[in-house]
Structures are given as C-alpha cells and as structure tokens.
Design a protein around this ligand. Structure first.
Ligand code: FE2
Length: 127
C-alpha cells in the first residue's frame, strides 16, 4: 500500500516525536525565546515518490511555520495579559493557544514518524 511506504517501523522505544512532545511540554509557558520550526530529519524529497518534495516543503516551511508563528504570538499576548492581570483576554486566548500549539505539536510528531525507505521506512507496522 502506497500510504504505508513512508511510515517508520515501530521499535517499541520512545520515538523522537514523543521525546519532542515531552521536551515541548516541559518548556511550555517558560520559554523566553519562543518556539521554533524543527528541522526535518530528512530532505524534503526523501519520501518520494510517496510524498513529493514540493508538498513536504510547503507543509513544513509554510503550514507548520504558521502554527509556530501563531503559537508564539498567542503566547506573547498571554504573557502581556498576565502582566496586565486581564482574565478576559487570558480566557479568550485559550482557543488560539490550543489551535496553534496543537498544530505545532502534531506536526512535530508527524515528521518524526515518517522515514525514507533507506532509513527504515516502507515496511508495514509490526506488532
Ligand atoms: Fe499540516
């Protein structure tokens, strides 16, 4: 099945995506430098012909970057609202934080769960 070609084999160990998530959660709300777009662990075209390099580049550099930018903006507004002791704005920002923060986390995990065939991708899941 073509959709399975790019899936990384399960090793049973904690995935780097899960480690990214844990790292992300530990830093949530405490970072002064904001969140950044993670590098992909492979080249944009590495998953071809299953996923085109053009789609990977668009999805990573535009789509995922938009979540990171939106999340940083929302977190900055949250920080400001906290400093102004503005509970109404704090509550209003929650959906923006969940949407953009969730998009950032989901995409960070997604990239780590794909792999080129030469790096262990391409086999059906085990177990
Ligand atoms: Fe996406």
């Amino acid at each position: 099945m073509a959709t399975m070609v790019a899936l990384r084999k399960s090793t049973g160990a904690i995935s780097s995506g899960a480690r990214s998530l844990l790292s992300f959660q530990r830093g949530f709300g405490t970072s002064d430098h904001g969140y950044t777009l993670p590098d992909l662990p492979y080249e944009y075209g590495a998953l071809e012909p299953v996923i085109s390099g053009e789609i990977m580049q668009l999805h990573h550099s535009k789509h995922h970057q938009a979540y990171v930018t939106g999340f940083n903006q929302a977190m900055e507004k949250l920080k400001e609202a906290h400093s102004k002791r503005d509970p109404q704005t704090i509550v209003q920002l929650q959906s923006l934080i969940k949407f953009n923060g969730g998009g950032h986390v989901n995409h960070s995990i997604f990239w780590q769960n794909l792999a080129p065939v030469k790096e262990g991708g391409g086999a059906p899941p085990e177990g």
